[in-house]
Design a protein around this ligand. Structure first.
Ligand SMILES: Cc1cc2nc3c(=O)[nH]c(=O)nc-3n(C[C@H](O)[C@H](O)[C@H](O)COP(=O)(O)OP(=O)(O)OC[C@H]3O[C@@H](n4cnc5c(N)ncnc54)[C@H](O)[C@@H]3O)c2cc1C
Length: 292
């Protein structure tokens, strides 16, 4: 599928990212939340693969179910962690049979307990190699890759990281989706530097609405994104989960509004299998656009 079509219609593209739940109840909860989120007719829905050491086996089940239940294009994330090329090829073949529209092609993180990433024997080393494999043998997939407004934590410096991002685009990626961030200046600076380097595919901001202070502190400590002092002060004004949700949604509305004004081609929401925060944000933005 030509992913660029989602970003060339002049309308803001919308996508949601899910993760594979561990239990049947979690899966039912996911479909109920996604049903709510369908109010905004997303262009595609993605599901993570082995993130944070979670199971890799369920991703294709989830995207298959989502496609069947909601008739929406689906995208599977795929990492090279622990996989031979033959295993990656077999996964991509199964994804094709299910009718997956695209792949978020990733290297992945080292398994828990390992300090640095080591490629599997007979496997791949970097995401650009996975992009090359998909372009060569599964050219019908749209390819999305990860970008880091605040620089990937293993990269020696921002410029090297951007050059590595360009390798993924030169290898055939259609779209860059970013790591979560809370200061839009980081995103705009990153986008400008991508353009200077000749990265000419859509760069879509990844947005994670904060719904809990302990949770976001854990997530940002893992991925290296920073929380601006003004946001932390606001969250700490009251120590209740209700307030963290309200303050997080308020920040995300402000952040998203500013990104749209800044001309982003789409919004990718890390919905974490929940709907209330993303729904509040999208409803507010819709109300503002009809008012204004
Ligand atoms: C949108 C998004 C979705 C994600 N989904 C998942 C998921 O589903 N499952 C999961 O486990 N993780 C996921 N992650 C996390 C991701 O796997 C980690 O951030 C991982 O550490 C890097 O993956 P990458 O694909 O960006 O790697 P790469 O692009 O390979 O980069 C990894 C590091 O190597 C450097 N590098 C890249 N290419 C080269 C090269 N050719 N030569 C030398 N250095 C190079 C880069 O600068 C970077 O520091 C996601 C991240 C994002 C932003």
């Amino acid at each position: 599928m030509q992913f660029s079509k989602f970003f060339s219609s002049g309308k803001l593209a919308l996508s949601y990212e899910l993760f594979p739940p561990k239990t049947v109840k979690g899966e039912e909860n996911l479909y109920a939340n996604l049903q709510q989120l369908m109010e905004f007719s997303p262009d595609f829905v993605t599901c993570t693969y082995g993130a944070g050491g979670s199971t890799q086996a369920k991703t294709l089940d989830i995207v298959g179910q989502v496609k069947e239940r909601f008739a929406v294009p689906v995208v599977s994330h795929l990492t090279v962690v622990g996989s031979t090329v033959a295993h990656l090829q077999s996964y991509l073949e199964r994804a094709r049979q299910i009718g997956v529209a695209g792949i978020v092609a990733l290297r992945g993180d080292p398994p828990l307990g390992d300090e640095s990433f080591r490629p599997a024997v007979g496997g791949l080393r970097y995401a650009n190699e996975l992009v090359e494999l998909i372009r060569r043998e599964f050219d019908d997939f749209g390819i999305l890759v990860a970008g880091y407004p605040e620089t990937h934590r293993e990269a020696p410096d921002p410029q090297t990281d951007l050059e590595n991002l360009k390798r993924k685009v030169d290898a055939g990626a259609d779209v860059v989706v970013t790591q979560l961030f809370y200061d839009n200046q980081d995103f705009f600076r990153f986008r400008d530097r991508c353009v200077q380097l000749g990265i000419d595919v859509p760069i879509v901001p990844g947005i994670l609405p904060i719904t809990s202070l302990p949770q976001i502190e854990r997530i940002t400590s893992l991925c290296g994104a920073k929380l601006p002092a003004r946001l932390v002060d606001r969250l700490r004004e009251r120590d209740t989960s209700e307030w963290h949700f309200e303050a997080g949604v308020e920040w995300a509305i402000e952040q998203t509004r500013d990104l749209i004004e800044g001309g982003v081609p789409g919004l990718h929401f890390y919905v974490l299998n929940q709907s209330p925060a993303t729904l509040r944000i999208l409803r507010e933005l819709r109300a503002e656009s009809t008012r204004g």
